[in-house]
Design a protein around this ligand. Structure first.
Ligand SMILES: NC(=O)c1ccc[n+]([C@@H]2O[C@H](COP(=O)([O-])OP(=O)(O)OC[C@H]3O[C@@H](n4cnc5c(N)ncnc54)[C@H](O)[C@@H]3O)[C@@H](O)[C@H]2O)c1
Ligand SMILES: N[C@H](C(=O)O)[C@H](O)COP(=O)(O)O
Length: 333
């Protein structure tokens, strides 16, 4: 029997638990692969009741999950305090949210689960409770290192043939120029090329690199980073056999017919990469972490406190994240 996908519960005050329960309820219609939820069993029962979802929940680890899945939602229970309070973050739940991610990654690293799909966390709530990582992406790299040197984790937002990677992620915009350097660009292009080949079966991925400044610096007259850092890094990558081009002006690069000429775009900062994909595909975009020894995907939306506990949130991005994790880990034909 194939290993199940590990799904983390995410922020209990958000829509993650609602969507997990709704997806389980629609598992047949959506042809979802078997999954096991890392989270708090009684909290999930309470949220199912609140949503009026007739979902049986069974405490089961990953090895029993595939068998359990047809009759009940398998939950690898994480002990702790989690209240059913939609829209109200409670820092006492943070240890369960964090341990759910750690245990799911451990299950994937040890072969008990085939991939990890994470439900959204509320970063503000976790930072408040002492969480030291900017987001899942960096936390996952640390967990996968298992005490060794963490790999370079790369965030990629993907929808069909549109893929975008932010070079810098959850940092203040004023710090972005100082964080852009030749080595980071080259290392990121290497990870992207490797994983687009291995995980997405693209023989020679074509990567467009966006400039930082308006019009990619207009030859150096509107900012120097494009000519002094980004262009030399692209030359390094080309010398390494990577099919990267740029720096290209970012304002026109994301026009879909232009974007589709490439397999992925490397953007310089979070919103430069994420606004385009969330604009064209908020409903079906998937966040994939490249560079890890395991497959991790996530829906492209956040905790949406305004919709938690209402049953009105769309399941489509979460369903797409599950489907992508399943496809990426399917045995080769
Ligand atoms: N993977 C993750 O863990 C992840 C991803 C993105 C944001 N976040 C976190 O989520 C929190 C809230 O972020 P935000 O407000 O910027 O973004 P958000 O995605 O939570 O909400 C933005 C808007 O989109 C709507 N929306 C979100 N998901 C929806 C769905 N499934 N169906 C229908 N409408 C939906 C919301 O109601 C809201 O109006 C922040 O703490 C952020 O860091 C986490
Ligand atoms: N930047 C992501 C987004 O807006 O979709 C999100 O915050 C998730 O980041 P992690 O996967 O690192 O938690």
């Amino acid at each position: 029997m194939t290993a199940p996908v590990a799904v983390t519960m995410g922020e209990p005050a958000g829509i993650g638990p609602d969507l997990i329960l709704a997806l389980y309820a629609r598992r047949k219609a959506l042809s979802l692969p078997p999954f096991v939820v890392y989270g708090h069993a009684n909290f999930l029962k309470a949220r199912a009741k609140r949503l009026g979802l007739d979902v049986a929940i069974a405490t089961a680890g990953p090895d029993a999950a595939a068998e359990t899945f047809a009759q009940a939602l398998p939950v690898a229970h994480i002990e702790g305090m989690v209240a059913d309070l939609p829209g109200v973050a409670d820092e006492r739940a943070a240890p369960v949210v964090i341990n759910a991610i750690s245990e799911a990654v451990h299950a994937a690293m040890t072969g008990h689960c085939r991939a990890v799909v994470t439900a959204p966390i509320h970063k503000g709530a976790l930072y408040h409770a002492g969480f030291k990582h900017p987001g899942h992406t960096e936390f996952l790299a640390d967990l996968c290192a298992m005490g060794g040197r963490p790999p370079l984790p790369i965030m990629m937002l993907a929808h069909e043939d549109l893929r975008a990677v932010p070079l810098t992620i959850h940092v203040p915009i004023k710090d972005v120029p100082g964080l852009i350097n030749r080595k980071l660009i080259l290392d990121t292009l290497r990870v992207m090329t490797h994983d687009l080949r291995q995980r997405f079966h693209l023989e020679r991925p074509r990567i467009a690199v966006a400039g930082l400044n308006p019009h990619a610096g207009e030859g150096g007259s509107i900012g120097r980073e494009d000519v002094e850092i980004i262009a030399p890094a692209i030359a390094d990558a080309q010398a390494d056999g990577i099919a990267a081009v740029g720096p290209l002006p970012a304002d026109t690069l994301f026009h879909p017919p232009h974007w589709r000429q490439y397999d992925a775009v490397l953007a310089m900062y979070h919103d430069q990469a994420l606004i385009p994909i969330k604009t064209v595909a908020f409903d079906a975009g998937v966040n994939v972490t490249l560079g890890l020894p395991i497959v991790r995907t996530s829906p492209d939306h956040g905790t949406a406190f305004d919709l938690a506990g209402t049953g009105k949130a769309s399941v489509s991005s979460f369903a797409a994240a599950l489907a992508m994790a399943h496809i990426m880990t399917a045995p080769k034909a």
